[in-house]
Every structure is written in structure tokens, then in C-alpha cells.
Design a protein around this ligand. Structure first.
Ligand SMILES: C[S@@+](CC[C@H](N)C(=O)[O-])C[C@H]1O[C@@H](n2cnc3c(N)ncnc32)[C@H](O)[C@@H]1O
Length: 345
């Protein structure tokens, strides 16, 4: 087939096709005497893939990887692209929300430049928070050994004490029906999400680590895995009947935790449930008391481990939830591990 026919068949232009050729994405045969391009069936299929991926916003550089990298499947790349689109969507939502406020403030023809500037700075801060998180623990590297490490006992400070008990309690608390959607954020290898599968629930496991998602898929093929971040969940508004999360939120600095709750609330249906099992203190006084005790006991492992992560202040999380119309229950497993269960009213 010649270029014009191909362009017509694929609803594109000859110019775009030549551009993809110039960028090395396709290489149709050229006739020696007149430079005419002949497109085989394979070329056309490849071209249709390129066009489809361009339409969902993938860069040419990424598309090149999709076409040439045997280690990652098309599905993996689409997953990454969806996550990037959700991040952009959240950024657009933040910007539109800010513009709404600016319009309201300027509606009567008068406005305070300081207030408008403050709104813009709030937006700037929000954009920074959503983008700045980085995985300093290298979860991709931890993925293969993760389940084994949970079982290791005998440390002077064992964050996984009561792990099984806590996950079971979370699975008992959350009431779901057949075909409901349960999003497990920071799903890791799927240990919490899998506890909902037998109820006929659709479990969506979300994680920033592709390594963890891979192990999760291998262990629990019925969990749908999605690459994504606490602060830009790859879910539509009101899509999930419940959001659960175990041992993940404490990787977010305090400045990001309330934004994470806001994100959970965004994706929840009315009467949706949040269940968080995580390392946290009851409040600041409790934090000081526990850390002081470790100091007295000269338990440097404990002090180092707590310093390395961002154990929450439970009272701040529950206050936010109550202020945002959730009914909240809490349960404490030990000095550093608690559960927050909240229902959206
Ligand atoms: C300690 S593991 C817990 C895994 C699992 N939920 C469990 O209970 O065994 C923490 C997981 O949270 C994920 N995680 C940490 N911060 C995250 C973030 N900001 N967004 C999404 N996932 C995150 C990590 O990649 C990792 O898989």
C-alpha cells in the first residue's frame, strides 16, 4: 500500500507518517527508482500502534521504547502512561480550583493583589507536594524479598509485630459486596488486597513501585495492578467503594498526608470506607513518650527506624476525617501500629 492510501485508512496525514519514519519509528520499503514507500501489513499495524499511543498522549521517545524494549510489555507502558495522565489531570484540577477562587475574588471588579498572589502560592505549593515525593527506600529492589523480610523476627525493634493481626482486622472491618471496588494503596506484594478477593470484590492494587506491582501480579493475578501515587490516584472520582492501605502512608511526609486523605475521599463513593493500618502515634505527646522510652532503653535501632520514616500523628488524621464528614473508629495494636477506619457520610 502507498502512503496516501495508508494515511486514509488510518485517518492520518502523509506528513505525519513521514515524520514517524524520519524519527525512526517505522521504515517502509522504498522503491529504488522513485523513492515511493510501500507499506506492508506489519508496517500498517505498527503505524496504527504508534497513532493509538500518540492519541493517549505518549511521547515519541516512549513509543520508541514500547516498540523496541522486550522487557516491558505494551500493557506496562500503558499503565505508566495512565499514571502520568492522572498526575496531569490532578494538576489541571488544582489549577481550575484556584482559578475558580480567583474569579470569585475578582467578581465585583475589585481585588486584592495580595490575596490573588497567595492563592497562586498555595497552588504552587500543591503542585510541588504532588510532584516532589521520591522513593528513598528503593521499593523496586525490596520487592522480591519483601514477604520473606516480614517474617524475620528477633530484631530489637520489629515494625511487623502484629502485621498479620492488623491486616486481618482491616479485612474484617471493611464491609463490601460482590463487584464492589476496593483500592489498596501502596499494595506492595498484595497481602492486604488479597484478603478481599474471596468476597467477589474487584481489588485494584496501586503502587508507585513497578517491582512491587510485578510481584503482586505473580502472587495474585486477580488483583488489577495500577501504577500510581498516593497524591494522584489512578482512579476516577467516586470510583471506589473502599480505599485500604497498610504500612504505606508512613512513607509520606506529614505535609502530604492530609492531601493523601483528600485524594482517598475524592475517589470514594458515598458511604465509601477508608481503612488505614499503619505505623503511627496517637498524638505528639505519645510520640515523645515512646521515643523517650526507646532512648532510655538505648534502643538505637528503634530511634533510627522511626527517624527514617514519617510515622503519622493519628489525631491529625482523624481530625481531618471528622472535619470532612467521615465517621471514624480507631484501634491500637501496639505502641506504633494502629488502624483508622472511616466511613464517608
Ligand atoms: C512497606 S510496603 C507495604 C506493602 C503492603 N501494603 C503490606 O502491607 O505489606 C510499602 C508500599 O507502599 C508503596 N508506597 C510508598 N509510598 C508510596 C506512594 N507515595 N505512593 C504509592 N505507593 C507508595 C511502596 O512502593 C511499597 O510497595
Amino acid at each position: 500500500m502507498h502512503i496516501k492510501e495508508v494515511a486514509k485508512q488510518l485517518n492520518t496525514t502523509s506528513r505525519s507518517i513521514r515524520y514517524y519514519e524520519q524519527k525512526g519509528l517505522i521504515s517502509p520499503k522504498k522503491e529504488a527508482n522513485n523513492d515511493y514507500r510501500t507499506f506492508s501489513e506489519t508496517d500498517i499495524l505498527r503505524l496504527s500502534t504508534i497513532l493509538a499511543l500518540r492519541e493517549v498522549g505518549m511521547s515519541l521517545e516512549k513509543i520508541k521504547h514500547v516498540l523496541h524494549n522486550p522487557n516491558m510489555s505494551m500493557n506496562d507502558y500503558l499503565n505508566v502512561q495512565r499514571s502520568a495522565l492522572f498526575e496531569k489531570w490532578m494538576e489541571m484540577k488544582d489549577m481550575i480550583g484556584t482559578i475558580d477562587k480567583m474569579i470569585a475574588q475578582t467578581a465585583d471588579g475589585q481585588y486584592s493583589a495580595t490575596e490573588i498572589f497567595e492563592l497562586s502560592q498555595h497552588l504552587k505549593n500543591l503542585k510541588g507536594l504532588r510532584k516532589n515525593w521520591e522513593d528513598k527506600w528503593n521499593f523496586d529492589k525490596q520487592a522480591d524479598g519483601y514477604d520473606q523480610n516480614i517474617k524475620m523476627a528477633g530484631y530489637r525493634f520489629n515494625v511487623h509485630q502484629d502485621y498479620e493481626k492488623a491486616l486481618s482486622k482491616a479485612a474484617d472491618m471493611v464491609r463490601l459486596e460482590n463487584n464492589d471496588i476496593c483500592a489498596d494503596i501502596g499494595v506492595g506484594t498484595g497481602n492486604l488486597g488479597a484478603r478481599f478477593l474471596h468476597q467477589g470484590v474487584n481489588v485494584i492494587g496501586i503502587d508507585q513501585s513497578e517491582g512491587m506491582l510485578k510481584v503482586c501480579r505473580e502472587k495474585h493475578p486477580d488483583i488489577e495492578t495500577r501504577k500510581g501515587h498516593f497524591l494522584a490516584l489512578p482512579l476516577m472520582d467516586q470510583q471506589a467503594n473502599s480505599v485500604v492501605s497498610s504500612y504505606a502512608l508512613h512513607h509520606l511526609p506529614d505535609s502530604e498526608k492530609l492531601l493523601a486523605l483528600e485524594e482517598m475521599s475524592r475517589v470514594l463513593t458515598d458511604n465509601g470506607q477508608i481503612c488505614i493500618v499503619d505505623l503511627m502515634f496517637q498524638d505528639e505527646a505519645h510520640r515523645s513518650q515512646v521515643i523517650n522510652r526507646f532512648r532510655v532503653e538505648r534502643n538505637t535501632e528503634a530511634i533510627y527506624a522511626i527517624d527514617d520514616e514519617f510515622y503519622a500523628d493519628q489525631s491529625k488524621l482523624t481530625n481531618w476525617l471528622e472535619e470532612n464528614d467521615f465517621s471514624v473508629k480507631t484501634h491500637r495494636f501496639n505502641d506504633i501500629l494502629s488502624m483508622i477506619y472511616a466511613v464517608k457520610n
